[in-house]
Unconditional design. Structure first.
Length: 570
């Protein structure tokens, strides 16, 4: 639609809005300068949402949210300047009964365009009782978790309690690109069907909500209450000197993780390093205390605590081991079972997971891992030579598996993991609008021995997916190509080379690929043991391949015109 037509639509909408007495009384927009506006919302507002028009191509504008003369939030929003791509809501429920102001600073000076009021976004801000989240995306998955709208990246703070899986995630409610990090929340009883919940943790003046973890405090070690859900998260604030200050904070929930109260003693852990984030805590029965693993610059740091409020640094790991081509992020540390029983000491080993961006095996972001031992104080790898000189082992060799972390308190002592299914090389430009990004299916890590007598990590699809008809299993007897295709002739190829012992995915003909030069790139995984089968999960915009039910994994986004409905083997 052309701009002049949009302006006509804007005029009609504005006239309609101002003709309604309740809205005129509740919402008032006043220009402050050629690039500023004051938006007043009355304390007795009846509507549920303030709808803001967004233009993806517009630069970010700054929006300060002031409630009863105190600034509550500082948002970066791509307010529409010349056209409206979609709307995003600000919920008014939490501010009801209070005087609310929004001060907007548009990123473009409209002094030569008829003043700030000429920005089409300013003309179309409105109140509403509803916000439409009906699915409008052909690429939205059928059985993978996605947000109803907005941007999603890393999964955070997942836990299981009372038959419900709780998934929090990094979320931008005000656009479909990264920004305004909050913890959004979804729940599921089967890891397949997800129900959106209200936002769990919005940003505050300590910082926006970066990644973290949640635990169920069965023994009330924190004093927040027996079985309280305790979250530890990174609060990140951008200073005037363009420096991110990152501190670790606590919040707790006494209603099972649906609402949280932030701890009045925040922050509980600080450090001078620039990249100090993504706390992952767990109860360690070996030392009868809490352990915490943190990403700090180009290493991991391990802490212990009796109460999650007072932390003691125990050790550091990784400065000279593994891949260091990007920032270390989103750690996890857990005991993992050895499935083929060749260990003479025990049936498990400790595995440290380290997500890194960039540096992945196919370019961009990925999850590396280290196998070793942990005594509650120090993590030691089994064989340093496997990780020296930037050598790395990867949980998934596809391009779209990142920030993999586990649910705490999972049933039957399981370690159930989930990842962000995208890649930082192109996550902001994939061809969706209503939402951006989904999660992988959940996986159960295991360890197995290769012919070199070394332990390798596998990831088996969680048992909740068994018997649901969501996957295709292909039996193979040697080198082959498995082709997934649709009626439009688009295809996704999986190539097993038994002589070279590699498994490769090729999405060059998979559908839409031109939105990024980094998307049309093959991904190849080493095969440790000869493949006899592939288990393949195909959704509207993803393909997840599990060789030998998870000994080798490759996860890929795809954007075909229609879902692949044919599988052929050559």
């Amino acid at each position: 639609m052309k701009t002049k037509n949009l302006n006509l639509v804007a005029s009609v909408l504005l006239a309609f809005a101002t003709s309604m007495p309740s809205m005129a009384q509740s919402l008032k927009i006043e220009p402050l300068a050629n690039d500023h506006h004051l938006i007043r919302i009355a304390s007795d507002v009846k509507e549920k949402y303030l709808l803001l028009p967004i233009e993806d191509a517009a630069p970010e504008s700054q929006v300060k949210v002031i409630v009863d003369n105190a600034q509550q939030r500082h948002l970066n929003i791509r307010l529409a300047l010349s056209k409206i791509d979609y709307y995003v809501p600000i919920s008014l429920d939490e501010f009801r009964g209070k005087n609310m102001l929004l001060v907007t600073h548009l990123s473009v000076d409209h002094s030569n365009r008829g003043g700030v009021g000429s920005a089409i976004g300013m003309q179309n801000i409105r109140l509403s009782d509803t916000y439409d989240t009906t699915n409008k995306e052909k690429y939205r998955p059928e059985f993978h978790h996605t947000p109803s709208y907005g941007w999603m990246n890393d999964p955070n703070g997942m836990f299981y309690k009372d038959g419900v899986w709780h998934l929090y995630y990094q979320y931008n409610p005000y656009g479909n690109v990264w920004g305004n990090m909050t913890w959004a929340h979804s729940t599921s009883k089967d890891l397949i069907n997800w129900e959106p919940q209200p936002i769990a943790l919005p940003g505050d003046m300590i910082g926006t909500m970066f990644s973290g973890s949640c635990i169920v405090d069965h023994n009330n070690t924190t004093g927040f209450g027996k079985d309280a859900v305790v979250a530890m998260y990174t609060a990140s604030v951008q200073t005037a000197f363009d420096c991110d200050l990152q501190t670790q904070c606590l919040a707790y929930s006494t209603d099972g993780g649906y609402t949280f109260k932030k701890y009045e003693g925040n922050p509980v852990l600080t450090a001078p390093q620039k990249d100090f984030r993504d706390p992952n805590m767990f109860w360690n029965e070996d030392i009868n205390a809490w352990n915490l693993i943190m990403a700090v610059g180009q290493e991991m740091r391990i802490y212990s605590s009796p109460n999650m409020k007072d932390w003691k640094e125990e050790s550091q790991f990784g400065k000279t081991l593994g891949c260091h081509d990007g920032v270390w992020e989103c750690p996890d540390l857990m005991k993992v079972k050895i499935v083929n029983g060749k260990s003479s000491n025990s049936n498990y080993k400790w595995v440290l997971f380290c997500n890194i961006n960039p540096g992945g095996p196919a370019g961009g972001s990925a999850t590396q891992y280290f196998v070793g031992d942990f005594d509650g104080h120090k993590f030691t790898v089994d064989n340093e030579a496997r990780y020296a000189d930037k050598k790395a082992l990867w949980q998934d060799y596809g391009k779209d598996h990142y920030a993999a972390v586990s649910f705490s308190n999972a049933p039957d002592n399981r370690h159930t993991m989930i990842a962000w299914m995208s890649n930082w090389q192109y996550a902001n430009v994939v061809p969706t609008t209503q939402y951006r990004s989904g999660n992988s299916i959940c996986r159960e890590p295991f360890l197995y021995y290769g012919k070199d007598n070394q332990l390798y990590l596998g990831s088996q699809p969680s048992p909740e997916y068994d018997g649901k008809g969501l996957d295709q299993t292909v039996k193979i007897k040697g080198s082959c190509t498995v082709t997934l295709s649709n009626a439009e002739g688009e295809e996704f190829n999986i190539i097993y080379d038994q002589k070279a012992m590699t498994l490769t995915v090729d999405r060059s003909k998979s559908g839409e690929t031109k939105f990024s030069q980094d998307f049309d790139v093959n991904a190849t995984a080493p095969v440790i043991n000869k493949l006899t089968s592939m288990r393949i999960f195909i959704d509207n915009s993803s393909v997840e391949v599990f060789g030998n039910n998870g000994e080798v994994c490759l996860t890929s986004l795809v954007f075909p015109k229609s879902k692949y409905n044919k599988v052929t083997v050559k």
